[in-house]
Design a protein around this ligand. Sequence first.
Ligand code: EPZ
Length: 437
Amino acid sequence: MFEKSGLFAANGGWVTFQMDKFVIDGGHPLHGKVKISGAKNSTLPMLAACLLTEEPCIIHNVPHLDDVDFMLEILQSLGASVERQGTTVRIQSAKITPFGDYNLIRKMRGSICILGPLVGRLGEATVSMPGGCVIGTRPIDLHLKGLRALGTRIEVESGYVHAKAIKLRGNEIFLGGRSGPTVLGTINVMMAACLAEGRTVIDCAACEPEVVDVARFLEAMGAKIEGIGSPSLIIHGVDRLGGAEYSVIPDRIEAATFALAAAVTDGEVFMEDADLQHLSAVADKMQEAGCELVRSENGFLARRGKLLQSVDITTQPHPGFPTDAQAQMMVFMTLIPGISIITERIFESRFMHVNELIRLGADISIEGPSAIVKGGKKLSGAPVMASDLRASAALVLAGLAARGRTEVSRVYHIDRGYEKIDAKLEALGGRIERVSV
Ligand code: EPZ
């Protein structure tokens, strides 16, 4: 059923980034149905969780994304066998080493979630400190706090995290940081705790649907976890975990991005396979702003209503408004007459898209953690530059809404987290072309 994929060369060679750009002819409403892919932020930690067992794991609905390719290369560099057929991946970590490839790991923040599984399975791990990125410093102090609480000795030197544990023991851990829970920190500690001796309580655990998804996968592997989806997780350690077969939930942030693409182009789009329940805060604010969102059993429809209303938003941990939809929502706000305010409370510098939106004619000013959007003006096309994953998606939405031609350069940022976004938008009537430069 699986053929060996040549994509993951054993030497873990550098993936060269095409400096592609998108050329967008804006002003055309999007109409139709788009299939939402599997969630990137479930997939990355779930792939790492396969390190917890020597048995084969089969994961379905795995999106085709550069970040997923990176993670699969990292698993291979640790000794795991990786096979892929379409959106199904088969991983077996029969014999693995505790040493992660420095060059691979530091390229992607999500790679930090191999730390917990390696410590849980092997009792040791040496991984590079994950890169920060334009949206913030991205510390891992809470990850390390949780693993230390389980009995791991941690040293950080010359860019590496060295972790060692004779035997992990359950503990009661408060994992809240200055801006609340940590998504990958919760997942990392939860994965290690599955193989610790005794009971672990994680208080102030993240409740994102992706955390729930990984916890369900761990349960399928034989883990004993209570309080899934709540801020208090209780993990009863087991001696070993087995293989499992599982399907990743749909990507709620991709769904939010396409719902907002419908809103900014005054179109109507059905997000197939999306679960509106994962996006209640986004749905609430879009409806308050004047959009109509209609749920059905296999997705939801989004369209702009007749009368638009300015809104105020603060990003918060789930179930609050997700920081990953902040930039995309801001584009919609630029079109709504009146003053809208969006306050970013999760990351310290997640307004990289603002200057580029101003280049397209938006009227936005920054006051500390808030962006004040004076909306109602038409955007007009211009060349803009992508800076990070969600900011880049926002620039594509702005280009689709703007009059005339917009060029979004450095779209490799988008390819990290959106599967074929240009093809999906084109199928909805968007005039977007990928040009290699
Ligand atoms: C995950 O990152 C997501 N990435 C991010 O999505 C998402 O924005 C973020 O959660 C918040 O929802 C993946 O799942 C791969 P955090 P994560 O730890 O886990 C601070 C996207 O666009 N913090 O929940 O790294 C941190 O600085 C990406 O898909 C500490 O202080 O984020 C931030 O202010 C971007 N110490 C806050 O907590 C720590 O040890 C939340 O970060 C860890 C985090």
